[in-house]
Design a protein around this ligand. Structure first.
Ligand SMILES: C[S@@+](CC[C@H](N)C(=O)[O-])C[C@H]1O[C@@H](n2cnc3c(N)ncnc32)[C@H](O)[C@@H]1O
Length: 463
């Protein structure tokens, strides 16, 4: 574990990959991300809203991803590159490009999390199933904790007649932990109406409090060590000691419906915490058109959603990071809950909204000093930075991991940088004259020409 190398309450207007690469390893307790979903849309805030001018494109092609990211993923995590490659076969190049963008960031996210840390990835059915594979590859399948289905709207037009499909009303939120011993606080949601009506059938006339009559007998009888004695004329084995039972009687908690009936315990509904939170969330409502928290930012998430996540998976004083922070929903929620926080977003509108929203918070919580940055942090937890974006990484991306001779896909480590026109024939070291070959093609080519290599591979039946 290390300390963050940035000040609490920092917001970067920058690409999150560059910022995260400059952050210390194992310095963050909780990361929530709500990235582009690969929705094939461009999101724009309505003109006139506080967020006017905010826009981001959410469609992906190979030209949107840096060639070097392929090589970096293939070098650092060969299994992840294979998962991404498989997504191209089953879905297409757009999904592959999106997953390369996400994959290279996910490697940094894992590095930044403490061993007790947690990650929540917000997405939807467009790419959600592929992101699950990506998370399994990066964190290990055993790190998967929950797939939360958040009902983000009550109905959707894709259920209309003619569309011939069910309405898509849920977002996915994947909850993943980095190691054992993750931070966990049990949260409760309200009981549903039917449960209350069935179980808490009695109402106290004087107070209006609902209650149920619960069993007081000792499970397993005296054989299990439960004490036996007489209560209100009934002798049984009870779950409480005689002294405790007398206290409960004195508090009016022990009720006998008629003489001779087995006394029961009066359990009030308003003293129960509720149901431990399950993985289908229908009680966090979308932000209403007139809600005070609405700023008009496209894809703005409700504060209640983030408060729930932050409460469950962090403690006061912990460090929370949102690398796609948009209009600062996570940051506001973290601030209200007394966590340290940082956010990153490409959009300049986002930083304006961060200031505005946190400014509003200061009315209730006192002045909030936000550190706005565009420069990259410098890691203080290492002697030397890893090599990003070398020629070999870039060539691997340009060739999409395939050998420039036999065209087969090879792991990064099995590729060799080759001069297309050999140095001995006057070839330069410029990128245009470099390519990656697998070991076999490299020795077949030797100091010969590319044309001779291709001709040889054809004769051998490889091409
Ligand atoms: C779905 S929105 C997040 C909305 C946010 N959860 C909220 O409640 O306002 C995604 C955000 O990611 C930002 N973004 C996209 N690519 C990014 C990148 N490479 N680095 C930083 N931010 C990025 C976009 O500008 C957009 O604000």
């Amino acid at each position: 574990m290390s300390e963050p190398n940035w000040a609490n309450r920092t917001v970067w207007t920058a690409d999150n990959l560059d910022v995260m690469r400059g952050m210390n390893s194992e310095s963050v307790d909780l990361i929530y991300l709500d990235p582009p979903f690969n929705s094939n849309r461009t999101y724009e805030a309505p003109i006139g809203s506080k967020a006017a001018g905010a826009a981001f494109k959410d469609s992906w092609t190979l030209s949107d991803v840096d060639d070097a990211w392929h090589g970096e993923i293939a070098e650092r995590h060969p299994a992840l590159y294979r998962v991404i490659d498989a997504a191209e076969l089953s879905h297409g190049t757009g999904m592959k490009s999106y997953l390369i963008m996400m994959g290279v960031r996910m490697l940094e996210i894992r590095r930044l999390l403490k061993s007790t840390g947690s990650l929540y990835v917000h997405c939807d059915p467009t790419a959600g199933h592929y992101l699950k594979l990506l998370l399994d590859a990066v964190f290990g399948a055993e790190s998967f904790r929950s797939h939360i289905a958040w009902k983000r709207t009550s109905a959707h037009s894709d259920a209309r007649q003619g569309r011939r499909q069910h309405g898509r009303v849920q977002d996915f939120i994947f909850f993943v932990t980095k190691g054992g011993g993750w931070t966990w606080n049990v949260l409760y949601s309200a009981y549903d109406r039917d449960y209350v009506d069935q179980l808490y059938r009695h109402v106290e006339p004087e107070t209006g409090r609902r209650y149920q009559l619960d069993n007081l007998t000792g499970p397993g009888g005296t054989g299990r060590g439960n004490p036996a004695y007489e209560v209100m004329g009934v002798t049984r084995s009870w779950r409480y000691s005689k002294e405790r039972m007398e206290e409960l009687i004195a508090q009016g908690r022990v009720v006998q419906s008629r003489p001779g009936a087995v006394p029961r315990y009066k359990r009030y509904l308003d003293e129960m915490p509720g149901v431990p939170l399950q993985d289908v969330w229908t009680d966090v409502k979308p932000i209403g058109s007139r809600a005070r928290e609405r700023v008009g930012y496209p894809t703005q998430k409700p504060l209640a959603l983030l408060e729930r996540i932050i409460k469950a998976s962090s403690n006061e004083g912990d460090v929370v990071l949102d690398p796609f922070c948009g209009c600062a929903t996570t940051l506001v929620a973290a601030h209200r809950l007394g966590r340290q926080w940082a956010g990153i977003d490409l959009s300049e509108v986002a930083i304006r909204l961060v200031h505005e929203r946190l400014g509003r918070e200061s009315e209730a919580l006192g002045p909030v000093q936000v550190h706005a940055r565009t420069d990259m942090p410098q890691r203080t937890d290492l002697g030397e930075l890893p090599d990003y974006g070398t020629h070999k990484h870039q060539l691997y991306g340009k060739q999409e991991g395939k050998c420039a001779g036999c065209r087969a896909l090879f792991p990064f480590r099995n590729m060799t940088v080759d001069h297309v026109v050999a140095r001995s024939r006057g070839g330069s070291d410029h990128m245009d004259n470099l390519q990656l070959l697998c070991g076999a093609c490299n020795s077949t080519k030797g100091a010969g020409t590319q044309e001779a290599l291709i001709a040889r591979l054809k004769i051998l039946g490889v091409l």
